[in-house]
Design a protein around this ligand. Structure first.
Ligand code: NAP
Length: 327
């Protein structure tokens, strides 16, 4: 008899979690075999609640896309919340998953796990080879601990219990369900918000921090979700072939980067802002380049599908429908 796995998507209301749910449904996974809980229904930092939830629901697989997430400002302002909540969420879920017989789990990290001065493009083996970017070090340390939790459970319980917990490290993501908070958002939603506001108010100029020269990589969130399903469904032999027991995370990137200036121009075009773009060169640029080396995942048969122009258009449509009215 075929058994359709019962899948828990932690963080299903977030940008990535909701894309994973869309992807599962699109690939024919029955809705009734997807388990979801809102933050209000289940606080994942609360150990006994998480254990009780897993004992009651007994999922077969877990996508761990719940996290406290934010941009530089939020990471700098709330470092205690970023390290504490992320450590707790992932430790509670990974341990409760193990205790309740979950064999397959996918943990989502972030490219900020790699050292500030990692050679570009950043390969998986750059992990723990140097100092982290100080502004998001607490968040990055929590994410590194998440990878190490997965690896440690695999090493201790892989043979005896069949535990197979994997990690993926996405580059910067954007798309439907993004966070448009004026202070806590990432660069694409922040620029969509500002360009839209400037267009609506007929502002003549938009000023962008820095020189516009830094290069960044962006991946559409539905491509990320497809990568998540791809990685969790790889055979263990295939996954093991391209990873190591203590270096097991897989990068998920678009494969190319663009300058912030090019990004701003692309968003201007998408939004239809007619004014001028200027760059405030007195403000810091951040790292000159941040690009993931995704050759491992490409070798495993996955590649991003959505180009930036089309992706920005879809993101802007989602913004107009779900957020613009709140401005
Ligand atoms: N967005 C990106 O560009 C990006 C890039 C690289 C990696 N990632 C990774 O992808 C993952 C998901 O990110 P995202 O962008 O989807 O974030 P998001 O939109 O903020 O979603 C996170 C989700 O987790 C939930 N959550 C947070 N704390 C919780 C708690 N204590 N109990 C229960 N639920 C809780 C949130 O619910 P509430 O909102 O109700 O708190 C939210 O639904 C994260 O691990 C992140 O590191 C994201």
């Amino acid at each position: 008899m075929s058994h359709t796995p019962k899948i828990f998507v932690a963080g299903h209301r977030g940008m990535v979690g909701s894309a994973i749910v869309r992807q599962l449904l699109a690939q024919g996974h029955p809705a009734e075999r997807i388990v979801m809980r809102t933050h209000a229904e289940l606080d994942l930092t609360h150990q006994s609640s998480v254990r009780a939830f897993f004992a009651a629901e007994k999922p077969d697989q877990v996508y761990l896309a719940a996290a406290k997430v934010g941009g530089i400002h939020a990471n700098n302002t709330y470092p205690a919340e970023f390290i504490y909540q992320n450590l707790m969420i992932q430790a509670n879920i990974i341990d409760a998953a193990f205790r309740n017989g979950v064999k397959k789990l996918l943990f989502l990290g972030s490219s900020c796990i790699y050292p500030k001065l990692a050679p570009q493009p950043m390969r998986e083996d750059a992990l723990l080879s140097g100092s982290l970017e100080p502004t998001n070090e607490p968040y990055a340390i929590a994410k590194i601990a998440g990878i190490k939790l997965c690896e440690s459970y695999n090493r201790q319980y892989g043979g005896s219990h069949g535990v197979d917990y994997r990690s993926v490290m996405p580059t910067n993501l954007y798309g439907p369900g993004d966070n448009y908070h004026p202070e806590n958002s990432h660069v694409i939603p922040a620029l969509i918000f500002r360009f839209h506001e400037a267009k609506v108010k007929n502002a003549p100029i938009i000023k962008i921090w820095g020189t516009g020269a830094p290069r960044r990589e962006f991946l559409y969130v539905d491509d990320m979700a497809a990568a998540c399903l791809h990685v969790i469904n790889l055979s263990k032999a295939t996954y093991d072939q391209l990873t190591q027991p203590m270096l097991s995370q897989i990068n998920v990137g678009y494969g190319e980067d663009i300058t912030i200036r090019q990004l701003a121009e692309a968003i201007r075009k998408t939004v239809g802002f007619q004014g001028e773009i200027t760059f405030d060169t007195s403000k810091p640029d951040g790292a000159p380049r941040k690009l993931m080396d995704s050759s491992c995942l490409n070798a495993l048969g996955w590649k991003a599908q959505m180009g930036l122009e089309e992706g920005l258009h879809a993101a802007y449509q989602d913004f107009l429908i779900n957020y613009a009215s709140k401005i």
